[in-house]
Ligand binder design. Structure first.
Ligand SMILES: [Zn+2]
Length: 114
């Protein structure tokens, strides 16, 4: 199974990883910076380039993810497609989607679970 899903937010559809992507240098959770879909007609291949950035040290990574025709259309039409995401409100939503588990862990820690 591909460890990425396409999530519809109120700002537009975005790719979200199924796991928390931690920065290889500082361990911070990396978040979406921008994404772009591509259709290689010759090879009948559609894929997605996702750029994640570490908010702490600035490390930058690219994931190349295969997508279906429907996902291609959905992401291509997303208002967030090929846009560098800077809007505070959008970033908050992305942080929430990219670090749900961390928030849960943080809350559990605050409640004294460990
Ligand atoms: Zn980092």
């Amino acid at each position: 199974m591909r460890p990425w899903r396409i999530v519809r937010t109120r700002f537009g559809s975005i790719p979200v990883p199924d796991w928390e992507v931690e920065c290889p240098f500082c361990g911070e959770i990396m978040i979406l910076h921008d994404f772009r879909v591509d259709h290689q007609v010759r090879y009948k291949f559609r894929h997605l380039d996702v750029h994640l950035k570490c908010p702490h040290c600035g490390c930058w990574v690219t994931f190349g993810v295969p997508i279906s025709e429907e996902e291609y259309v959905e992401l291509r039409n997303s208002p967030l497609h090929n846009v560098i995401i800077k809007d505070e409100e959008v970033l908050e939503e992305i942080k929430r989607l990219y670090s749900t588990n961390a928030d849960v862990a943080k809350r559990l820690r605050e409640w004294g679970y460990w």
